[in-house]
Design a protein around this ligand. Structure first.
Ligand code: CMC
Length: 431
């Protein structure tokens, strides 16, 4: 922690409490309030953690005003253009880009862990056929702690490493199996001769009845989607993984908690909700109606795929995603895609509207990703599982960083209690 020797003083009730201010390598300074309760007998109040840094981290940095996203210092645009997902996984996990030998070794280790324990297949069959693949994933990933007993000891660095590799390697298999189960097709085993993205496409789209050849351009677009979603510092699901992990829970249980949190429409579920919204709008002439609804304080409707807690200029992932959407649709020969037309026009109108300008609401990563995934052939219910599999490396890197901390403590927020004061129990006849 960089100590700048600056302090902040909080004065109240004739008390004066001095607190250190720390400077990050880049970004906003933080005031260390850890002694506040002991010295001042008060808590801070920050629902939604809008002003609270809950941890130190050296993995990902976002500058919301500049619209900048860095993984270990590298801009997301450069990684999306020049790197590939497994190299990005290595970077997030270990802090540096790998050399050729390190990359080969890492890819080998991930590739050798792609299969799931055969008995997990029976676990899938316990779900209803029409289960949302996210529901299946939460269950199956949590259940992995019942299958991989040799990577559950969080105090053993080697076991933590094995759990990380297993999770990155097996998550595409879990997501693809959840999809196959949902569409009623046989499970497809991983192919270790394929790259990470191609193998995922193979497990989702090949069937025993005929050969399936992965289109390399589609595989590249898929890989890019994985890279763009790989990490995003202390968002809701990552904070959930950290909080679950702070109690000493095993890594599979923690990642299952992260998947559950990601599912919500304000977070990873927005990609499904966004495409459904674009389809519901249907044609560009109906856009004003939806813009009016989004601005109406009495209408709970929000433009899905718009707005972000941190980005207040633009979401750099959305820019890359928009380019990819054009490329993929072009490749698939989809030239008059009504959904893409609606998306582009909605973006144009919203970005000229005073409501969206004044609230700094811009398209986020989820605005264009659904259009690409739909063109590739995924149903909307698979959008959030694909986000989950991409984010697994971020979750596990942040979890590993936390567990390795010397003074790691269980996460335990306080509250502003507004319930009844102490009162006596009344017999049911007297109530
Ligand atoms: N459409 C219309 N108004 C909006 C929207 C939107 N999408 N997003 C925010 N606002 C308004 C909101 O009503 C509020 O207005 P006021 O100040 O008058 O009450 C103001 O903007 C600030 O909103 P907030 O809810 O306080 O902001 P937040 O930082 O708590 O929420 C958000 C961020 C992403 C949850 C929110 O913008 C949202 O619900 N967006 C739609 C869902 C979505 O696309 N989520 C994906 C986020 S990116 C991928 C990920 O991280 O998973």
């Amino acid at each position: 922690m960089a100590d700048t020797k600056r302090t902040a003083t909080l004065t109240f009730d004739n008390k004066s409490i001095e607190m250190p201010i720390y400077a990050p390598t880049v970004g906003t300074d933080v005031i260390d309030i850890r002694k506040l309760y002991a010295q001042g007998d008060v808590f801070t109040y920050d629902p939604g953690f809008t002003s609270t840094a809950a941890c130190e981290s050296s993995i990902t940095y976002i500058d919301g005003d500049k619209g900048e996203l860095l993984y270990r210092g590298y801009p997301i645009e450069q990684l999306a253009d020049e790197s590939h997902y497994l190299e990005v996984c290595y970077l997030l996990l270990y802090g540096e880009l790998p050399n050729a030998t390190q990359l080969q070794d890492f890819e080998g280790r991930v590739t050798r862990h792609t299969m799931l324990h055969e008995q997990i297949h029976y676990f899938f069959r316990g779900f209803r056929r029409d289960s949302h693949p996210m529901a299946t994933m939460v269950g199956v990933v949590g259940a992995m702690s019942a299958f991989y007993h040799d990577s559950l000891d969080i105090n053993d660095e080697w076991q933590r490493e094995v759990a990380a590799i297993r999770m990155i390697a097996k998550m595409p298999t879990v997501a693809a199996m959840a999809y196959k189960y949902y569409v009623g097709q046989p499970f497809v085993y991983p192919r270790n001769d394929l790259d990470y993205a191609s193998n995922f496409l193979h497990m989702c789209f090949s069937v025993p009845a005929e050969p399936y050849v992965v289109n390399p351009i589609i595989a590249k677009a898929m890989d890019r989607i994985f890279t763009l979603h790989a990490d995003h510092e202390q968002n809701a699901s990552t904070s959930t993984v950290r909080l679950a992990g702070s109690s000493g829970a095993n890594p599979f249980a923690c990642i299952a908690a992260g998947i559950a949190c990601l599912w919500g429409p304000a977070h990873g579920g927005a990609n499904q909700a966004c495409l459904e919204m674009l389809r519901e709008i249907g044609t560009v002439d109906r856009i004003p109606e939806y813009i009016a609804r989004a601005k109406d304080k009495d209408d709970p409707f929000r433009l899905m795929g718009f707005g972000h807690r941190v980005y207040k200029n633009f979401d750099p992932r959305a820019k890359v995603m928009k380019e990819s959407a054009d490329e993929v649709l072009d490749l698939m020969g989809i030239h008059n895609n009504e959904t893409l037309k609606v998306a582009k026009e909605l973006e144009r109108i919203a970005l000229e509207d005073e409501y969206f300008i004044s609230k700094k609401l811009y398209p986020n990563v989820d605005f264009y990703s659904g259009i690409i995934l739909e063109a590739i052939g995924f149903p909307t219910s698979m959008f959030t599982p694909i986000f989950a599999l991409s984010r697994t490396v971020g979750w596990i890197s942040q979890w590993k960083e936390m567990i390795a901390e010397k003074d790691q403590k269980i996460g335990r927020p306080r509250q502003l209690y507004i319930g009844p004061t102490k009162r006596d129990y009344k017999d049911i006849a007297e109530r």
